[in-house]
Design a binder for this molecule. Structure first.
Ligand code: ZN
Length: 160
């Protein structure tokens, strides 16, 4: 079976940046499972995996516009320190805020006196992504998985 719209693909992957630095890997975990055609993974990787089958190895460099998007300097915010709960605020800390489209995660990138500088860009925005992927398994998605856009059962999503 080949990866196509509404199949469930299981993949092992290594993700590195352009300098070869490891960003993420499935090593030591179960393979990543996703429903193809539901934007469960970044678009550039999804299109590179189209038509592949179990055992196939794919190396692809995904540009930011097909990955986590370009960095948007409009997503930088300066917030007074007093708007945060008491406690230490450190560079690299992530805070959650309620935005127009739901909760957004912001990363503290600078603390300057009484001002905290936050970045709402995805940490991988603007970063070209180098994927090394091995397809482990491909199967048909259930109607429920297609409707939910995620995988159910072992290694997947569990509803309570
Ligand atoms: Zn579900």
């Amino acid at each position: 079976m080949k990866i196509a719209r509404h199949t469930v693909a299981s993949i092992e992957y290594r993700l590195t940046d352009d300098s070869g630095e490891l960003i993420d890997s499935s090593e030591g975990h179960a393979p990543l499972q996703y429903v193809h055609g539901t934007e469960g993974i970044v678009p550039g990787l999804e299109s590179a995996l189209e038509g592949k089958g179990a055992g196939d190895v794919v190396d692809v460099r995904v540009a930011p516009e097909q990955g986590y998007g370009e960095r948007d300097e409009g997503q930088i915010h300066a917030v007074p320190r007093k708007q945060f709960p008491p406690g230490e605020i450190k560079v690299g800390m992530q805070v959650q805020a309620r935005g127009q489209g739901g909760d957004v995660v912001l990363t503290v990138f600078k603390v300057e006196g009484d001002v905290v500088h936050l970045d709402a860009n995805h940490p991988l925005a603007g970063v070209p992504l180098n994927f090394h992927v091995k397809v482990v398994d491909v199967r048909t998605a259930t109607a429920e998985e297609i409707a939910h856009g995620h995988v159910h059962g072992p290694g997947g999503h569990h509803h309570h």
